[in-house]
Design a protein around this ligand. Structure first.
Ligand code: FAD
Length: 317
């Protein structure tokens, strides 16, 4: 048993970011052996993008259906485990992979871990996952397991650049129609957000400490964000109150972001919020409460009234 098998994800003809994040994670397991990336049931022309640095081989698996189908993926991944005997199978902790990951692990009698935030190889696989809403980090080993299926949390790794590698690309054994057990009826798009906060390098986050209660209260913060070149995001209470659109919510039930700078005003740093932003390169927290949990992680913090910071920023820019 050796090597790492990455299960790429595509939707509506586009590779999902998590595919490239998984390649980064796989490359951190270099000691486990070569990295193979599988592209199941999608346009095989996407394969060249998965030929990233560090990838040895890209295998395309034809599917009898045009969109993701969990039983097709389960059959394809099972067959690839039989063929390649990988030490580790990496898939996203996503709505797609949750649909087949545990099933494959059960059928193939492999180790299994979901919602993993980091992987390492040192004479064997070790993974870390958050428990109790990420209050504690649990390390897991898999003694006696020749193969381990690991679902990695989206956003846990930076995405590898697409293409530019020297992998061979080949077609694997196609999955036949007999395994299909569900029918894809169509996509329903969530309410469109006005902005994709995951793509911004600089986020200005506002929490309940701002005193924001409705949309009109948020206007000055939108203006400040524009002035300083940031994108405005918020903690959940402001979204629940209808003051800020859901597309701008950061956290467990919102979006996971990893900007270069995350400036948080009046955000306490509840564990569900931290889950969405703790990977920011630089976190700056402004909070009057020295004991606020957000001060447990930021590189920079100010125990001061956010009004002072808002005024100073507005004057400076
Ligand atoms: C299942 C579940 C999922 C959740 N998902 C999310 C999620 O995705 N995202 C999320 O954000 N939350 C989420 N929550 C809610 C989360 O638990 C917290 O309630 C929420 O994050 C708190 O938001 P907050 O920090 O804005 O407010 P608070 O916790 O009320 O914090 C306000 C902070 O502002 C400070 N403050 C007050 N006045 C000032 C001032 N003048 N100047 C400076 N600082 C000041 C206070 O000291 C305080 O620390 C979830 C909860 C559950 C149960």
């Amino acid at each position: 048993m050796s090597g790492v098998l990455v299960i790429a994800e595509a939707r509506q003809g586009t590779l999902r970011d998590v595919s490239f994040e998984l390649i980064t994670a796989a490359c951190e397991l270099a000691l486990a052996g070569p990295v193979t990336v599988a592209l199941i049931g999608s346009d095989s022309t996407l394969a060249s993008q998965l030929n990233a640095a560090g990838v040895s081989e890209v295998v395309t698996i034809a599917s009898p259906v045009s969109e993701f189908e969990p039983h097709v993926s389960a059959a394809a991944v099972g067959a690839l485990i039989d063929e390649l005997s990988p030490s580790v199978v990496l898939a996203g902790h996503t709505i797609d992979s949750i649909g087949f990951g545990a099933a494959v692990a059960a059928v193939k009698n492999t180790g299994f871990a979901a919602d993993v935030i980091s992987v390492a190889w040192d004479d064997g696989l070790t993974v870390q996952r958050g428990v109790y809403g990420d209050k504690f980090i649990q390390s897991l080993e898999f003694p006696g397991r020749a193969t381990v299926v690991v679902l990695v949390r989206p956003g846990a790794y930076a995405g590898a650049p697409a293409g530019g590698g020297s992998a061979s690309i080949r077609a694997g054994v196609a999955v036949d129609t007999s395994v299909v057990k569900s029918e894809h009826l169509g996509f329903e798009s969530p309410e469109a957000g006005d902005v994709d906060i995951t793509k911004s390098d600089f986020l200005l986050a506002i929490g309940r400490g701002t005193g924001v209660e409705d949309q009109s209260d948020v206007e000055p913060f939108y203006e400040l964000a524009e002035k300083i070149g940031a994108t405005l995001v918020a903690s959940r209470p402001l979204v629940d109150a209808g003051a800020v659109p859901a597309a701008r919510q950061v956290g467990q039930s919102g979006k996971t972001v990893h900007p270069k700078v995350y400036l948080a005003l009046g955000v306490s740093g509840a564990v569900q919020h931290l889950m969405g932003m703790r990977k920011a390169d630089t976190i700056i927290a402004v909070n009057t409460d020295r004991g606020a949990p957000i001060f447990g992680i930021p590189q920079y913090g100010a125990h001061t009234d956010l009004e002072d910071v808002v005024r100073a920023l507005a004057d400076a820019f």
